[in-house]
Design a protein around this ligand. Sequence first.
Ligand SMILES: Nc1ncnc2c1ncn2[C@@H]1O[C@H](COP(=O)(O)OP(=O)(O)O)[C@@H](O)[C@H]1O
Ligand SMILES: [Mg+2]
Length: 641
Amino acid sequence: MSEANVQQPTTETAQGPEPGAPDLVPQWGVNTPRGGKTVVNRSLKEDARVPLFLGQTLINSLRDLGYNSTTSALCEHVDNALQWGATEVRVYFRQTGKQGNQRIDAMVYDNGKGMAPRVLKVAIAFGGSMVYDNRSGIGRYGMGMKTAALNITRCVDVYSWQEPGAFYSMTLDVDKIGQDRNNMIELPDPEFTDALPSEVAEMFTKPMDYAKKGRDSHELLADESHKLTEQLGRSGTIVYMPKCDRLTFKTAATLADHALKDMGRIYRKFIDKGVRVYVNNRLVEAFDPTYWMPSARHVKVVGLTETKSALVDSWTVQIPVAEGQLFTTTEVRIRMFLLPVHDWGSLPRVTLKNSLHVFDDHMVSYLRNEREVEIGAEPRLKLKKHSTNAWLRVQIEFTGDADEAFGVAANKQGVRLQQFAVDWILEHDDCRFQRTITNIRKMIRERQLKIAVAEQAGQTNEAERHAMDTEGVQGVALPTPPTDTDEQKAALEANLRGLAVSLRQEEETEEQAFNRVKESKYLTEFKPQEYAPFYDTEYKFGKLILRVNTAHRFYQKVWQPLGDLAKKTNQMGEAESGEGAGDDVADTTRKALVGLKLLLLSLARAQTQMLSGSAQGEENQLFRNLRKAWSDVLETQLLHV
Ligand SMILES: Nc1ncnc2c1ncn2[C@@H]1O[C@H](COP(=O)(O)OP(=O)(O)O)[C@@H](O)[C@H]1O
Ligand SMILES: [Mg+2]
């Protein structure tokens, strides 16, 4: 609402009703249309006939019917175009004038079946529709074209034709209607013209000013004006909205960028089927937030080996069309996707964010008759914004029959899922919804862990680094192999290469393993060995090797869970950065794990120290016996932990 509307009444109107006087003096704001005042005053004074709708004022009020953005208002015209058979739709934003005094005109063209003059006349009336309450298509209320156009401008022209060069047009002008003094405002007949006015025609033939000019190809509908009529097609419609006064963004370039981005997603199913949508002469590519459509634009992102999500589950639920109407139901399809975490998880963040849009708020996408009406987190279905959820997608498809259940209103600005529908969806098939989500989230976490392991490839672990960093200050030094001659050096290198082959970890390349073995004094190897002691140690080629037996109960009951916890709390810390508590837990868990590893590394070092220089045979056997006995005792004690 503009500020002027809430100004106090001026003395010209009234100071408020006098005490005791009948309430016949209106207290209008300064922007009340003159015609509206006349009609109302007449009715108040003369007891005249009053129309149900006071057009002069109502048309102004309807301007405020909410649209989320300029793009979503323009989508009403794209909706109409698609409903009426268009294969090509073009959206334009034209900016003219100097800075500070700019003018932006918007326009939507389509090559659909167009409107016969009488249809056009009905269509321009509020409530006028050829598909009123028909729920199979996109339109339903007979409001979209008018309210959406007037939402961004005060005057709209609609042109329609069903044979080339025979244009019929209607205009809705808020100011002109506001001045009309008639009780009932009648629409004139459509005007005929055989050529579009130049300000409309130029929209098609002149290249648009576009922010990212040069980078993308522009496809004009017609590059010369004499070809225009032919290029416009046998039939079609143009909604022209000059001098827009309420837009989401200040420049035509930003408006175009926004429309391009959102429309590619909203109309992805139509684009996939071959409908061409352009914004300022740029072809809109489909964007599929579920990463399932092979024609969607993410497929072209450089560096992907996997281009498709996994469809984890897909099922339908019959839900009542309204609360309590158990016998009239409608089908809702639910599809759940897992993004290619393993392949994409290691991509640069900038690719994930700006090219793939993985982190956009795209968790649940609602499609009504194939057209997306809402996307985002959905707390009603217990799907909140969370870093793990960024890798899952839910697509919920329904038809117009489910409008009440999904809370789709006349302006189609989203979904307000009703509680009874929530219950039906969540409880269906033994809570399949929640079960599948839990399952997917588990898969995401497992895959993220694998990536974390892969990122560790070729790197010494934190405990090994701590042990190495303190080597210099240990009381007793460990012996180092001689490297005085080239021969000795070569021999050592060959030995280390051999060692690297046996110590190579699953995610490592041979070269990574060799570098790790070469750089680190401490090397930990994890290996399952039934009946063997929990750990084993060896000192070879100047390297201290610690072998941890992953089949031992201590590993399974203490070490691994602690390791998992460290990774999990670390991820949590990342997800909720800024919240101290998560970070503290993550930090303590990590340190506990490092401490545990150092416990064994130090034990291994102490043994090596004690053995070096001695004959080794007897003492070595003693250590071995100790390890075995200790491991067995520990295993037994851990039995019921
Ligand atoms: N692009 C178009 N092509 C053909 N007919 C259209 C177009 N846009 C609107 N119409 C006609 O105008 C009527 C009113 O449109 P609208 O106000 O959007 O309401 P609704 O789409 O709910 O019917 C439609 O029912 C249709 O008959
Ligand atoms: Mg419509």
